[in-house]
Design a protein around this ligand. Structure first.
Ligand code: HEC
Ligand code: HEC
Ligand code: HEC
Length: 425
Protein backbone atom coordinates (compact mmCIF):
# COMPACT_ATOMS: atom_id res chain seq x y z
CA UNK A 1 0.00 0.00 0.00
CA UNK A 2 2.72 2.43 0.98
CA UNK A 3 4.38 1.97 -2.36
CA UNK A 4 1.28 2.87 -4.33
CA UNK A 5 1.86 5.42 -7.07
CA UNK A 6 -0.61 8.31 -7.22
CA UNK A 7 -2.16 6.85 -10.37
CA UNK A 8 -2.78 3.55 -8.66
CA UNK A 9 -4.31 5.34 -5.71
CA UNK A 10 -6.55 7.24 -8.04
CA UNK A 11 -7.73 4.07 -9.78
CA UNK A 12 -8.41 2.31 -6.51
CA UNK A 13 -10.39 5.33 -5.36
CA UNK A 14 -12.48 5.20 -8.50
CA UNK A 15 -13.04 1.48 -8.02
CA UNK A 16 -14.21 1.96 -4.48
CA UNK A 17 -16.36 4.91 -5.58
CA UNK A 18 -18.21 2.73 -8.05
CA UNK A 19 -18.47 -0.09 -5.51
CA UNK A 20 -20.04 2.36 -3.11
CA UNK A 21 -22.36 3.78 -5.77
CA UNK A 22 -23.73 0.37 -6.60
CA UNK A 23 -24.34 -0.22 -2.92
CA UNK A 24 -26.13 3.10 -2.68
CA UNK A 25 -28.43 1.95 -5.45
CA UNK A 26 -28.96 -1.49 -3.93
CA UNK A 27 -29.86 -0.28 -0.48
CA UNK A 28 -32.42 2.43 -0.18
CA UNK A 29 -33.38 2.40 3.46
CA UNK A 30 -31.10 2.18 6.43
CA UNK A 31 -31.83 0.67 9.78
CA UNK A 32 -31.84 2.43 13.13
CA UNK A 33 -29.75 0.80 15.78
CA UNK A 34 -31.41 -0.01 19.06
CA UNK A 35 -30.30 1.58 22.26
CA UNK A 36 -27.97 -1.01 23.74
CA UNK A 37 -27.70 -1.52 27.47
CA UNK A 38 -24.30 -0.72 28.89
CA UNK A 39 -22.58 -2.30 31.80
CA UNK A 40 -20.49 -0.93 34.61
CA UNK A 41 -17.21 0.68 33.52
CA UNK A 42 -14.15 -1.53 34.05
CA UNK A 43 -12.23 1.61 35.11
CA UNK A 44 -12.21 1.72 38.91
CA UNK A 45 -13.67 4.83 40.52
CA UNK A 46 -10.50 6.43 41.80
CA UNK A 47 -11.35 10.00 40.84
CA UNK A 48 -12.39 12.83 43.14
CA UNK A 49 -15.34 13.74 40.93
CA UNK A 50 -17.01 13.08 37.63
CA UNK A 51 -15.24 15.95 35.84
CA UNK A 52 -11.84 14.58 36.83
CA UNK A 53 -12.87 11.15 35.59
CA UNK A 54 -14.03 12.77 32.35
CA UNK A 55 -10.71 14.52 31.89
CA UNK A 56 -8.86 11.24 32.36
CA UNK A 57 -11.12 9.60 29.77
CA UNK A 58 -10.61 12.49 27.34
CA UNK A 59 -6.87 11.88 27.65
CA UNK A 60 -7.26 8.12 27.29
CA UNK A 61 -9.30 8.87 24.15
CA UNK A 62 -6.79 11.41 22.77
CA UNK A 63 -9.69 13.73 21.85
CA UNK A 64 -7.43 16.77 21.91
CA UNK A 65 -5.17 15.41 19.14
CA UNK A 66 -7.86 15.58 16.46
CA UNK A 67 -9.99 18.35 17.91
CA UNK A 68 -7.24 20.98 18.21
CA UNK A 69 -5.39 22.82 15.45
CA UNK A 70 -1.78 23.85 16.05
CA UNK A 71 -1.73 27.17 17.90
CA UNK A 72 -5.50 27.21 18.56
CA UNK A 73 -7.38 26.72 21.84
CA UNK A 74 -7.79 23.10 22.93
CA UNK A 75 -10.91 21.32 21.63
CA UNK A 76 -11.90 24.19 19.31
CA UNK A 77 -11.85 21.80 16.32
CA UNK A 78 -11.38 22.58 12.64
CA UNK A 79 -8.38 20.29 12.23
CA UNK A 80 -8.29 18.54 8.84
CA UNK A 81 -8.20 14.75 9.17
CA UNK A 82 -6.82 13.26 5.92
CA UNK A 83 -8.60 10.16 4.58
CA UNK A 84 -8.33 8.37 1.22
CA UNK A 85 -11.74 9.90 0.39
CA UNK A 86 -10.91 13.52 1.17
CA UNK A 87 -10.47 15.81 4.15
CA UNK A 88 -12.81 15.74 7.13
CA UNK A 89 -12.73 18.60 9.63
CA UNK A 90 -13.10 17.88 13.33
CA UNK A 91 -15.92 19.48 15.31
CA UNK A 92 -15.70 22.13 18.01
CA UNK A 93 -16.09 20.32 21.36
CA UNK A 94 -15.87 23.42 23.58
CA UNK A 95 -18.89 24.62 25.56
CA UNK A 96 -19.74 27.30 22.97
CA UNK A 97 -23.52 27.41 22.56
CA UNK A 98 -23.57 27.87 18.80
CA UNK A 99 -20.48 26.23 17.31
CA UNK A 100 -19.62 23.84 20.19
CA UNK A 101 -21.44 21.43 22.48
CA UNK A 102 -22.94 24.14 24.76
CA UNK A 103 -26.54 23.27 23.85
CA UNK A 104 -26.01 19.51 23.90
CA UNK A 105 -27.41 17.15 26.53
CA UNK A 106 -25.70 14.03 27.88
CA UNK A 107 -28.13 12.05 25.68
CA UNK A 108 -27.01 13.93 22.56
CA UNK A 109 -23.40 13.23 23.47
CA UNK A 110 -24.10 9.52 23.98
CA UNK A 111 -25.83 9.49 20.61
CA UNK A 112 -22.57 10.77 19.04
CA UNK A 113 -20.10 8.62 20.98
CA UNK A 114 -22.08 5.38 20.96
CA UNK A 115 -24.17 5.64 17.78
CA UNK A 116 -22.10 8.01 15.63
CA UNK A 117 -24.99 10.45 15.14
CA UNK A 118 -24.84 14.21 15.67
CA UNK A 119 -27.39 16.17 17.73
CA UNK A 120 -29.37 16.96 14.56
CA UNK A 121 -29.49 13.27 13.58
CA UNK A 122 -26.79 13.58 10.88
CA UNK A 123 -24.61 10.46 10.59
CA UNK A 124 -21.00 11.16 11.49
CA UNK A 125 -17.95 10.09 9.51
CA UNK A 126 -15.90 7.33 11.12
CA UNK A 127 -12.79 9.54 10.81
CA UNK A 128 -14.21 10.29 14.27
CA UNK A 129 -13.31 6.86 15.68
CA UNK A 130 -16.74 6.18 17.16
CA UNK A 131 -16.60 2.53 16.08
CA UNK A 132 -14.09 2.28 18.99
CA UNK A 133 -15.61 4.83 21.38
CA UNK A 134 -18.89 2.99 20.99
CA UNK A 135 -17.48 0.39 23.44
CA UNK A 136 -17.46 2.98 26.24
CA UNK A 137 -20.10 2.75 28.94
CA UNK A 138 -22.87 5.27 29.37
CA UNK A 139 -21.37 6.38 32.70
CA UNK A 140 -18.03 7.07 31.07
CA UNK A 141 -19.73 8.93 28.21
CA UNK A 142 -21.53 11.10 30.79
CA UNK A 143 -18.25 11.80 32.64
CA UNK A 144 -16.54 12.76 29.38
CA UNK A 145 -19.43 15.07 28.56
CA UNK A 146 -19.35 16.66 32.02
CA UNK A 147 -15.66 17.41 31.50
CA UNK A 148 -16.11 18.87 28.01
CA UNK A 149 -18.82 21.19 29.36
CA UNK A 150 -16.11 22.76 31.57
CA UNK A 151 -13.90 23.59 28.56
CA UNK A 152 -14.07 27.38 27.95
CA UNK A 153 -16.30 28.34 25.03
CA UNK A 154 -14.57 29.19 21.75
CA UNK A 155 -16.80 30.40 18.92
CA UNK A 156 -15.46 28.64 15.86
CA UNK A 157 -17.30 26.70 13.19
CA UNK A 158 -15.18 24.11 11.36
CA UNK A 159 -14.87 24.35 7.55
CA UNK A 160 -17.12 22.10 5.43
CA UNK A 161 -15.70 18.63 4.72
CA UNK A 162 -13.89 18.28 1.39
CA UNK A 163 -15.06 14.92 0.11
CA UNK A 164 -15.61 13.64 -3.39
CA UNK A 165 -18.94 12.29 -4.60
CA UNK A 166 -20.38 9.90 -3.43
CA UNK A 167 -18.54 10.08 -0.12
CA UNK A 168 -20.02 13.50 0.59
CA UNK A 169 -23.58 12.14 0.78
CA UNK A 170 -25.41 11.00 3.89
CA UNK A 171 -26.84 8.13 1.87
CA UNK A 172 -23.37 6.72 1.16
CA UNK A 173 -22.39 7.16 4.78
CA UNK A 174 -25.54 5.40 5.95
CA UNK A 175 -24.85 2.50 3.63
CA UNK A 176 -21.35 2.31 5.07
CA UNK A 177 -22.78 2.30 8.58
CA UNK A 178 -25.21 -0.42 7.68
CA UNK A 179 -22.39 -2.59 6.36
CA UNK A 180 -19.63 -1.90 8.83
CA UNK A 181 -20.91 -0.32 12.02
CA UNK A 182 -22.83 -1.73 14.97
CA UNK A 183 -22.99 0.07 18.31
CA UNK A 184 -20.79 -1.96 20.63
CA UNK A 185 -21.21 -2.98 24.24
CA UNK A 186 -18.10 -3.82 26.20
CA UNK A 187 -18.68 -7.10 27.97
CA UNK A 188 -16.26 -8.11 30.70
CA UNK A 189 -14.85 -11.62 30.42
CA UNK A 190 -15.39 -13.33 33.76
CA UNK A 191 -12.64 -15.86 32.98
CA UNK A 192 -10.06 -13.07 32.89
CA UNK A 193 -8.55 -10.87 35.59
CA UNK A 194 -9.83 -7.43 36.47
CA UNK A 195 -6.65 -5.94 35.03
CA UNK A 196 -7.08 -7.77 31.72
CA UNK A 197 -10.65 -6.51 31.43
CA UNK A 198 -9.64 -2.97 32.19
CA UNK A 199 -6.89 -3.22 29.56
CA UNK A 200 -9.30 -4.65 26.99
CA UNK A 201 -11.71 -1.78 27.66
CA UNK A 202 -9.00 0.88 27.35
CA UNK A 203 -7.56 -0.60 24.15
CA UNK A 204 -10.88 -1.32 22.40
CA UNK A 205 -12.78 1.71 23.70
CA UNK A 206 -11.21 5.06 24.55
CA UNK A 207 -7.69 4.12 23.32
CA UNK A 208 -9.08 3.36 19.80
CA UNK A 209 -5.80 1.56 19.04
CA UNK A 210 -7.56 -0.31 16.21
CA UNK A 211 -8.12 2.97 14.35
CA UNK A 212 -4.45 2.84 13.34
CA UNK A 213 -3.27 -0.70 14.16
CA UNK A 214 -6.02 -2.65 12.33
CA UNK A 215 -5.85 -2.52 8.52
CA UNK A 216 -8.72 -0.98 6.61
CA UNK A 217 -10.55 -2.27 3.56
CA UNK A 218 -11.15 -0.27 0.41
CA UNK A 219 -14.07 1.56 2.00
CA UNK A 220 -12.16 2.52 5.13
CA UNK A 221 -13.72 -0.29 7.15
CA UNK A 222 -11.66 -2.07 9.81
CA UNK A 223 -10.66 -5.54 8.62
CA UNK A 224 -11.52 -7.34 11.82
CA UNK A 225 -9.81 -10.58 10.83
CA UNK A 226 -6.53 -8.68 11.13
CA UNK A 227 -7.40 -7.17 14.52
CA UNK A 228 -4.41 -5.08 15.69
CA UNK A 229 -2.18 -7.01 13.26
CA UNK A 230 -0.53 -3.81 11.96
CA UNK A 231 -1.59 -1.43 9.20
CA UNK A 232 -0.47 1.27 6.83
CA UNK A 233 -2.13 4.54 7.86
CA UNK A 234 -3.33 6.23 4.67
CA UNK A 235 -2.90 9.97 4.82
CA UNK A 236 -0.14 9.80 7.45
CA UNK A 237 2.01 7.37 5.44
CA UNK A 238 3.26 5.53 8.51
CA UNK A 239 2.78 1.88 9.41
CA UNK A 240 1.29 1.16 12.80
CA UNK A 241 3.29 -1.90 13.84
CA UNK A 242 1.54 -5.18 14.71
CA UNK A 243 0.52 -5.55 18.37
CA UNK A 244 -0.36 -9.23 18.13
CA UNK A 245 1.50 -12.14 19.73
CA UNK A 246 5.07 -12.67 18.60
CA UNK A 247 5.38 -9.06 17.45
CA UNK A 248 5.77 -7.41 20.85
CA UNK A 249 8.62 -8.44 23.14
CA UNK A 250 6.63 -10.98 25.16
CA UNK A 251 7.39 -11.22 28.82
CA UNK A 252 8.99 -7.82 29.20
CA UNK A 253 5.90 -6.18 30.57
CA UNK A 254 7.73 -3.45 32.45
CA UNK A 255 9.67 -2.33 29.35
CA UNK A 256 6.48 -2.00 27.34
CA UNK A 257 4.74 -0.01 30.08
CA UNK A 258 7.73 2.37 30.12
CA UNK A 259 7.58 2.67 26.34
CA UNK A 260 3.91 3.70 26.47
CA UNK A 261 4.38 6.02 29.47
CA UNK A 262 7.61 7.77 28.41
CA UNK A 263 7.67 7.16 24.68
CA UNK A 264 11.05 5.47 25.18
CA UNK A 265 12.72 2.68 27.10
CA UNK A 266 16.10 0.93 27.23
CA UNK A 267 15.98 -0.02 23.53
CA UNK A 268 13.13 1.73 21.78
CA UNK A 269 11.89 5.23 21.06
CA UNK A 270 8.40 5.60 19.60
CA UNK A 271 8.31 7.77 16.47
CA UNK A 272 5.91 9.67 14.26
CA UNK A 273 2.18 9.34 14.96
CA UNK A 274 2.82 6.98 17.90
CA UNK A 275 5.03 9.58 19.58
CA UNK A 276 2.00 11.88 19.33
CA UNK A 277 -0.27 9.30 20.92
CA UNK A 278 2.14 9.24 23.88
CA UNK A 279 2.44 13.03 23.89
CA UNK A 280 -1.30 13.78 24.11
CA UNK A 281 -2.68 10.62 25.62
CA UNK A 282 -0.75 7.68 27.04
CA UNK A 283 1.72 9.62 29.21
CA UNK A 284 -1.26 10.79 31.31
CA UNK A 285 -2.50 7.27 32.05
CA UNK A 286 -1.48 5.61 35.29
CA UNK A 287 1.17 2.88 35.08
CA UNK A 288 -1.48 0.57 36.49
CA UNK A 289 -3.79 1.23 33.53
CA UNK A 290 -0.93 0.94 31.05
CA UNK A 291 0.07 -2.38 32.61
CA UNK A 292 -3.55 -3.50 32.21
CA UNK A 293 -3.39 -2.58 28.50
CA UNK A 294 -0.14 -4.52 28.16
CA UNK A 295 -1.77 -7.55 29.87
CA UNK A 296 -4.48 -7.43 27.26
CA UNK A 297 -2.06 -6.93 24.33
CA UNK A 298 0.09 -9.86 25.47
CA UNK A 299 -2.98 -12.09 25.38
CA UNK A 300 -3.86 -11.30 21.76
CA UNK A 301 -3.52 -14.35 19.50
CA UNK A 302 -0.80 -14.35 16.83
CA UNK A 303 -3.40 -14.39 14.04
CA UNK A 304 -2.86 -13.81 10.35
CA UNK A 305 -0.69 -10.94 9.12
CA UNK A 306 -1.97 -8.63 6.42
CA UNK A 307 -0.08 -9.18 3.15
CA UNK A 308 2.88 -6.86 2.54
CA UNK A 309 4.37 -6.26 -0.90
CA UNK A 310 7.97 -5.30 -1.43
CA UNK A 311 10.13 -4.75 -4.48
CA UNK A 312 12.67 -7.53 -4.70
CA UNK A 313 16.40 -6.87 -5.03
CA UNK A 314 18.92 -9.17 -6.73
CA UNK A 315 21.63 -10.69 -4.52
CA UNK A 316 24.27 -8.71 -6.41
CA UNK A 317 22.58 -5.37 -5.92
CA UNK A 318 21.83 -6.21 -2.28
CA UNK A 319 25.53 -6.80 -1.71
CA UNK A 320 26.51 -3.49 -3.33
CA UNK A 321 23.90 -1.60 -1.32
CA UNK A 322 25.04 -3.23 1.90
CA UNK A 323 28.70 -2.34 1.31
CA UNK A 324 28.07 1.35 0.56
CA UNK A 325 25.51 1.48 3.37
CA UNK A 326 28.16 0.36 5.82
CA UNK A 327 30.34 3.39 5.01
CA UNK A 328 27.40 5.80 5.06
CA UNK A 329 26.32 4.43 8.43
CA UNK A 330 29.80 4.94 9.89
CA UNK A 331 29.87 8.53 8.58
CA UNK A 332 26.33 9.71 9.29
CA UNK A 333 24.68 7.51 11.88
CA UNK A 334 27.14 5.71 14.15
CA UNK A 335 27.78 8.79 16.31
CA UNK A 336 24.24 8.59 17.59
CA UNK A 337 23.03 5.02 17.02
CA UNK A 338 26.37 3.41 17.93
CA UNK A 339 28.75 1.33 15.82
CA UNK A 340 26.84 -1.81 16.84
CA UNK A 341 23.43 -0.21 16.37
CA UNK A 342 22.95 -0.35 20.13
CA UNK A 343 21.62 3.21 20.64
CA UNK A 344 21.45 4.84 24.06
CA UNK A 345 18.86 3.90 26.69
CA UNK A 346 15.87 6.32 26.77
CA UNK A 347 17.54 8.68 24.25
CA UNK A 348 18.38 7.03 20.98
CA UNK A 349 16.71 3.86 19.73
CA UNK A 350 18.79 0.74 19.18
CA UNK A 351 18.61 -0.22 15.51
CA UNK A 352 19.76 -3.78 16.30
CA UNK A 353 16.65 -5.86 16.93
CA UNK A 354 14.42 -2.83 16.24
CA UNK A 355 10.94 -4.00 15.14
CA UNK A 356 10.34 -0.85 13.07
CA UNK A 357 13.62 -1.30 11.21
CA UNK A 358 13.16 -5.03 10.54
CA UNK A 359 9.45 -4.88 9.64
CA UNK A 360 8.50 -6.56 6.35
CA UNK A 361 7.92 -3.10 4.88
CA UNK A 362 10.79 -0.57 5.24
CA UNK A 363 8.19 2.22 5.29
CA UNK A 364 8.74 3.53 8.85
CA UNK A 365 12.53 3.38 8.57
CA UNK A 366 12.22 5.39 5.34
CA UNK A 367 9.96 7.95 7.06
CA UNK A 368 12.40 8.34 9.96
CA UNK A 369 15.42 8.59 7.67
CA UNK A 370 13.96 11.12 5.23
CA UNK A 371 11.89 13.27 7.61
CA UNK A 372 13.77 12.86 10.89
CA UNK A 373 11.69 13.46 13.99
CA UNK A 374 11.48 13.59 17.73
CA UNK A 375 10.29 11.14 20.31
CA UNK A 376 7.40 12.25 22.54
CA UNK A 377 8.05 15.04 24.98
CA UNK A 378 6.78 13.75 28.31
CA UNK A 379 6.85 14.97 31.88
CA UNK A 380 9.60 12.46 32.63
CA UNK A 381 11.54 13.24 29.43
CA UNK A 382 10.66 16.81 28.48
CA UNK A 383 13.37 17.27 25.85
CA UNK A 384 13.54 14.20 23.65
CA UNK A 385 16.51 13.73 21.34
CA UNK A 386 15.98 14.39 17.66
CA UNK A 387 16.76 12.47 14.52
CA UNK A 388 17.93 14.85 11.75
CA UNK A 389 16.15 14.56 8.36
CA UNK A 390 18.34 13.09 5.62
CA UNK A 391 16.06 13.73 2.62
CA UNK A 392 18.34 16.43 1.22
CA UNK A 393 21.59 14.77 2.12
CA UNK A 394 21.18 11.28 0.68
CA UNK A 395 19.98 10.39 -2.83
CA UNK A 396 17.62 7.44 -3.39
CA UNK A 397 20.48 5.01 -3.92
CA UNK A 398 22.34 6.11 -0.78
CA UNK A 399 19.18 6.05 1.34
CA UNK A 400 18.40 2.52 0.09
CA UNK A 401 22.00 1.55 0.87
CA UNK A 402 22.02 2.75 4.47
CA UNK A 403 18.57 1.23 5.05
CA UNK A 404 19.73 -2.09 3.59
CA UNK A 405 22.72 -1.96 5.92
CA UNK A 406 20.67 -1.33 9.09
CA UNK A 407 18.10 -3.99 8.08
CA UNK A 408 20.83 -6.61 7.66
CA UNK A 409 23.39 -5.88 10.41
CA UNK A 410 23.84 -6.86 14.06
CA UNK A 411 21.56 -9.87 13.73
CA UNK A 412 18.82 -8.01 11.80
CA UNK A 413 17.61 -10.19 8.94
CA UNK A 414 15.20 -8.10 6.88
CA UNK A 415 15.16 -7.78 3.09
CA UNK A 416 17.30 -5.28 1.15
CA UNK A 417 15.61 -2.01 0.12
CA UNK A 418 15.33 -1.26 -3.61
CA UNK A 419 16.32 2.31 -4.59
CA UNK A 420 13.01 2.48 -6.58
CA UNK A 421 11.12 2.19 -3.30
CA UNK A 422 12.64 5.50 -2.19
CA UNK A 423 11.52 7.20 -5.39
CA UNK A 424 7.93 6.63 -4.32
CA UNK A 425 8.37 8.38 -0.97
C1 HEC B 1 -8.84 10.54 14.84
C2 HEC B 1 -9.44 11.85 15.04
C3 HEC B 1 -10.46 12.03 16.15
C4 HEC B 1 -10.35 11.68 17.46
C5 HEC B 1 -9.20 10.97 18.16
C6 HEC B 1 -11.56 12.16 18.11
N1 HEC B 1 -12.38 12.76 17.19
FE1 HEC B 1 -14.20 13.56 17.57
N2 HEC B 1 -14.44 13.93 15.59
C7 HEC B 1 -13.47 13.80 14.63
C8 HEC B 1 -13.97 14.27 13.36
C9 HEC B 1 -13.19 14.30 12.05
C10 HEC B 1 -15.31 14.67 13.58
C11 HEC B 1 -16.30 15.21 12.54
C12 HEC B 1 -17.14 14.06 12.02
C13 HEC B 1 -18.24 14.52 11.11
O1 HEC B 1 -18.49 15.73 11.01
O2 HEC B 1 -18.90 13.66 10.50
C14 HEC B 1 -15.56 14.44 14.99
C15 HEC B 1 -16.80 14.67 15.59
C16 HEC B 1 -17.03 14.52 16.95
C17 HEC B 1 -18.30 14.76 17.58
C18 HEC B 1 -19.60 15.18 16.87
C19 HEC B 1 -19.81 16.66 16.97
C20 HEC B 1 -20.98 17.15 16.18
O3 HEC B 1 -21.08 18.36 16.02
O4 HEC B 1 -21.77 16.34 15.72
C21 HEC B 1 -18.14 14.55 18.93
C22 HEC B 1 -19.18 14.70 20.01
C23 HEC B 1 -16.77 14.16 19.11
N3 HEC B 1 -16.11 14.13 17.89
C24 HEC B 1 -16.21 13.86 20.34
C25 HEC B 1 -14.95 13.30 20.49
C26 HEC B 1 -14.44 12.84 21.76
C27 HEC B 1 -15.17 12.95 23.09
C28 HEC B 1 -13.21 12.32 21.53
C29 HEC B 1 -12.26 11.63 22.49
C30 HEC B 1 -12.85 10.58 23.31
C31 HEC B 1 -12.96 12.46 20.09
N4 HEC B 1 -14.02 13.07 19.51
C32 HEC B 1 -11.82 12.02 19.45
C33 HEC B 1 -12.20 13.28 14.81
C34 HEC B 1 -11.73 12.72 15.99
C1 HEC C 1 -2.62 7.67 15.16
C2 HEC C 1 -2.31 6.30 14.91
C3 HEC C 1 -2.02 5.40 16.10
C4 HEC C 1 -2.83 5.15 17.18
C5 HEC C 1 -4.20 5.74 17.49
C6 HEC C 1 -2.13 4.18 17.98
N1 HEC C 1 -0.94 3.86 17.41
FE1 HEC C 1 0.50 2.62 18.19
N2 HEC C 1 1.72 2.99 16.62
C7 HEC C 1 1.43 3.82 15.56
C8 HEC C 1 2.58 3.89 14.67
C9 HEC C 1 2.67 4.69 13.39
C10 HEC C 1 3.57 3.06 15.24
C11 HEC C 1 4.99 2.83 14.73
C12 HEC C 1 5.87 3.85 15.41
C13 HEC C 1 7.33 3.59 15.30
O1 HEC C 1 7.76 2.97 14.32
O2 HEC C 1 8.07 4.03 16.22
C14 HEC C 1 3.00 2.53 16.47
C15 HEC C 1 3.70 1.70 17.34
C16 HEC C 1 3.18 1.19 18.52
C17 HEC C 1 3.90 0.32 19.43
C18 HEC C 1 5.33 -0.18 19.26
C19 HEC C 1 5.28 -1.53 18.64
C20 HEC C 1 6.65 -2.14 18.52
O3 HEC C 1 6.72 -3.28 18.05
O4 HEC C 1 7.63 -1.48 18.85
C21 HEC C 1 3.05 0.02 20.46
C22 HEC C 1 3.34 -0.88 21.65
C23 HEC C 1 1.80 0.70 20.19
N3 HEC C 1 1.92 1.40 19.01
C24 HEC C 1 0.69 0.62 21.00
C25 HEC C 1 -0.49 1.33 20.78
C26 HEC C 1 -1.61 1.28 21.67
C27 HEC C 1 -1.71 0.43 22.92
C28 HEC C 1 -2.55 2.13 21.16
C29 HEC C 1 -3.90 2.49 21.72
C30 HEC C 1 -3.86 3.10 23.04
C31 HEC C 1 -1.99 2.72 19.95
N4 HEC C 1 -0.74 2.19 19.74
C32 HEC C 1 -2.63 3.65 19.16
C33 HEC C 1 0.24 4.51 15.35
C34 HEC C 1 -0.83 4.58 16.26
C1 HEC D 1 21.80 13.30 16.12
C2 HEC D 1 21.58 11.92 16.43
C3 HEC D 1 21.11 11.00 15.29
C4 HEC D 1 21.71 10.78 14.06
C5 HEC D 1 22.95 11.43 13.48
C6 HEC D 1 20.91 9.76 13.42
N1 HEC D 1 19.86 9.41 14.22
FE1 HEC D 1 18.44 8.08 13.78
N2 HEC D 1 17.40 8.60 15.46
C7 HEC D 1 17.84 9.47 16.42
C8 HEC D 1 16.82 9.63 17.44
C9 HEC D 1 16.89 10.49 18.68
C10 HEC D 1 15.74 8.83 17.03
C11 HEC D 1 14.38 8.69 17.76
C12 HEC D 1 13.47 9.83 17.37
C13 HEC D 1 12.48 9.46 16.30
O1 HEC D 1 12.36 8.28 15.99
O2 HEC D 1 11.83 10.36 15.75
C14 HEC D 1 16.14 8.20 15.79
C15 HEC D 1 15.35 7.32 15.06
C16 HEC D 1 15.79 6.59 13.97
C17 HEC D 1 15.02 5.56 13.33
C18 HEC D 1 13.63 5.09 13.74
C19 HEC D 1 13.80 3.94 14.69
C20 HEC D 1 12.50 3.42 15.26
O3 HEC D 1 12.56 2.91 16.37
O4 HEC D 1 11.45 3.53 14.62
C21 HEC D 1 15.78 5.08 12.29
C22 HEC D 1 15.41 3.98 11.32
C23 HEC D 1 17.01 5.83 12.30
N3 HEC D 1 16.98 6.73 13.34
C24 HEC D 1 18.05 5.63 11.41
C25 HEC D 1 19.14 6.48 11.29
C26 HEC D 1 20.10 6.42 10.21
C27 HEC D 1 20.08 5.39 9.10
C28 HEC D 1 20.97 7.45 10.41
C29 HEC D 1 22.12 7.86 9.54
C30 HEC D 1 21.82 8.14 8.14
C31 HEC D 1 20.55 8.14 11.63
N4 HEC D 1 19.45 7.52 12.12
C32 HEC D 1 21.20 9.21 12.19
C33 HEC D 1 19.05 10.10 16.43
C34 HEC D 1 19.94 10.15 15.37
Amino acid sequence: MSQMLPGVLRRSRLRSASALLSLVMAVSACGQQDNAETLVSPLPDRFADVVERGQYLARAGDCVACHTQVGEPEFSGGKAIPTPFGRIYSSNLTSDKVSGLGQWSADDFWQALHHGKSKDGRSLYPAFPYPSYSHMTRDDSDALFAYLQTVPAVDRTPPAHELEFPYNTQLALNVWRLLFFRPEVFEADAQRSESWNRGAYLVQGPGHCAACHTPRGRLGNSQTRYELAGAHIDGLEWDALPLTRGNLPQGDRHALVELLKRGANEHDVLSGPMAEVVLHSLQYLSREDLAAMVDYLFSLPAGESPPATQLSVSADLAHQLYESGKQLYADDCADCHGSDGQGEPYRIPALAGNRGVTAASPNNAIRSLLDGGFGASTEERPRPHGMPPFAHQLDDWQAAAVLTYIRQSWGNEATAVAPETLRQH
